[in-house]
Ligand binder design. Structure first.
Ligand SMILES: Nc1nc2c(ncn2[C@@H]2O[C@H](COP(=O)(O)OP(=O)(O)OP(=O)(O)O)[C@@H](O)[C@H]2O)c(=O)[nH]1
Ligand SMILES: [Mg+2]
Length: 302
């Protein structure tokens, strides 16, 4: 270990849908966090590691900050707070063309309380029609907090992202790296696979149904001829939801499974044989016992 190497733990926070996961994927050059146009896509903390030369940035992507309505929501908001309190620095992601409101206020308050440096990323600049809007937002945010840097960017096109990485490198300190150079994430292959399925549910179904699903990969095994067998169960909250997820003649489940399998084949770089089942676990989002059995970790319920 080289103690002159520098690192920083950086918590990525922001409102639901701001583009936190998209930005993390873009910085890493690999998709480790799922993305959808529905708020509250990310449910747990996801670690992503970027090592460039002497610098190592250890990111935690967090669920979007929101007013929780269920035990799952409480869990998500708690995991944002927990992530900020164990970080060296924060990356606050906001959307261009959107004024700060109580969500950003609450996050900035949390950052000030923790007394850690923060960088502001103004995302989705590709959607901006007028440059003045950006100037206005920069001025507004700089009057709210003394950010180390404010970087306008687009996670979608990649514009401004290298500049952000350079700013974040300035927040690292000596003491060596925490992970091997080729470490990408702490997500297990099973979790990555189950998230790929959840992403397709979010993208193909209407709001409340995918929000009420959880996906568990029960089996993941490579055959000698390198085909990867994956068995997964999609849990939903109601019998009627089960019908919708399966669809007429199994059409919806087939669509979801096919596009998830394509992502898996790309990520794991081999042929995948994916089998999916749908089961009902009523009201699981409000039952902590079931949530634990679905893999949500113990410490975040406290
Ligand atoms: N036009 C545009 N859309 C973007 C950009 N970045 C993200 N998006 C879109 O914004 C939506 C939300 O992106 P996510 O990365 O899932 O956002 P998030 O902040 O992680 O959301 P939660 O996990 O729900 O908190 C998706 O539809 C993305 O494709 C961008 O730079 N430009
Ligand atoms: Mg996300």
């Amino acid at each position: 270990m080289n103690f002159q190497d520098k690192s920083a733990f950086i918590s990525i926070v922001g409102r639901p849908n701001a583009g936190k996961s998209s930005l993390l994927n873009r910085m890493l050059g690999q998709k480790i966090a799922i993305v959808s146009d529905k708020p509250q896509t990310t449910r747990t903390r996801i670690m992503g590691v970027l090592t460039e030369g002497e610098h190592q940035l250890v990111f935690t992507d967090t669920p979007g900050m929101h007013k929780p309505k269920t035990s799952l929501g409480n869990y998500m908001v708690r995991s944002v707070k927990e992530s900020v309190s164990s970080a060296d620095a924060c990356l606050l992601v906001v959307e261009a063309g959107r004024e700060p409101d109580e969500t950003e206020n609450a996050l900035i308050k949390r950052i000030s309380e923790m007394d850690i440096p923060a960088v502001l990323a103004i995302n989705k600049t590709d959607l901006l029609k007028q440059k003045e809007e950006l100037m206005h937002l920069i001025l507004t945010y700089s009057s709210m907090f003394d950010f180390e840097a404010i970087v306008p960017l687009s996670a979608r096109t990649g514009d401004g992202v290298p500049a952000l990485v350079e700013e974040l490198k300035k927040l690292t300190s000596e003491g060596g790296h925490f992970f091997e150079e080729d470490t990408l994430t702490d997500q297990s292959e099973r979790v990555l696979a189950s998230e790929m399925i959840r992403e397709k549910l979010l993208r193909n179904l209407d709001k409340e149904i995918p929000h009420g699903t959880a996906v568990i990969v029960e089996k993941m095994k490579q055959r000698e001829n390198s085909i990867l067998d994956i068995d997964a169960t999609i849990y939903c909250e109601r019998e009627s939801h089960k019908g919708i997820i399966i669809g007429k003649g199994g059409k919806m489940l087939k669509k979801v499974s096919t596009s998830a399998r394509e992502d898996m084949e790309r990520f794991f770089d081999c042929k995948v044989n994916l089998q999916t089942w749908v089961k009902v676990r009523e009201d699981w989002r409000n039952r902590e016992g079931i949530m634990r059995s679905l893999g949500f970790s113990e410490k975040d319920f406290q």
